[in-house]
Write a protein that binds this ligand. Sequence first.
Ligand code: SF4
Length: 363
Amino acid sequence: MIEKKKTKEIHVGNVIIGGKNPPVVQSMTKTDTRDVEATVKQIHQLEALGCEIIRVAVLDQDASEAIRKISKAIHIPLIADIHFDPSLAIESMKAGAKGVRINPGNIGGLRSLKRIVEVAKAEDCAIRIGVNSGSIEKELLKKYGGPVPDSMVESALGFVKVLEDLDFTNFKISLKSSNVLDTIKAYEKISHLTEYPLHIGITETGTLIPGTVKSSVGLGILLMRGIGDTIRVSLCSQPHHEVVVAYEILRALEIRKRGPEIIACPTCGRCEIDLVGLAEKVEASLSYLDLPIKVAVMGCVVNGPGEAREADIGIAGGRGTGIIFKKGRLLKKVKEEDLLKEFLKEITSVMEHPQDTSGRTDR
Ligand code: SF4
């Protein structure tokens, strides 16, 4: 089991981050925050998949004002993402945001930071010091020869000192770069130098496949070393993928489990049904269930049930047919076109009688 590094506990609304608590899953909306209806709809979708904190981009006063309505219509704490304008951070917190993500390097200097901290204290909000490789102070770029891990870490620690001097400690830190190795080095370094919780993520990773690979490698290595109090997978893809991939990373490392675990064979010449299509449909149908069962989707009866013996329930394809099995034992044989429907019916029965996984061989 992976031992997480103990950090200082902070809170974003009612969500505790840090300490020995497992990493919290965050995401960010891809809607125009001023469109309250679309933003709330997207947040509800992400909540249903297990998103625990949501961040929205705040570009102007209309967006900060929209937070008033959005935060009342959702069930998880909202963080406002602000660049350049400290007034937007202040207005967002007053409108119901439970935290702000700022890049202290572009928020207007010490005076602006002081104003933000005062309001964060008054409204019981959290702050994320979000250092990006693209916005490090000029002196540090000169000192280290560029946006390297050392300059990111020194930049973040400088702002840690500023917040501590302002007697504010309800904050976390992120150091993001699109370079996976730089991100790992930066987080490893800062985790030895501070006890404040770390929000980890790889930024600008790309579309679904490269983004998932970069995030899995980068976040996986950090989590394996006990680093990471909240995680966000950034993907140029459909919003729900970020949350799904985040939980799959945590599941693979046995840190957190959410929803059914779906195993599927890669298919081969023995497969005589559309297994890829079927596996995708099973995944989509079960994605909103928070049920700790293992589900198998296998291409053939020759090896499928045996290979997936530890699955609670599964499907194995045949010629225009398929079987449904429980714990590796045959339950029933159905036509290919009825397979998904019958399978989902059996899943419902497993949900209603979770202890009954004995299997039947009477058909
Ligand atoms: Fe091939 Fe069957 Fe194995 Fe799938 S379960 S990879 S179809 S042998």
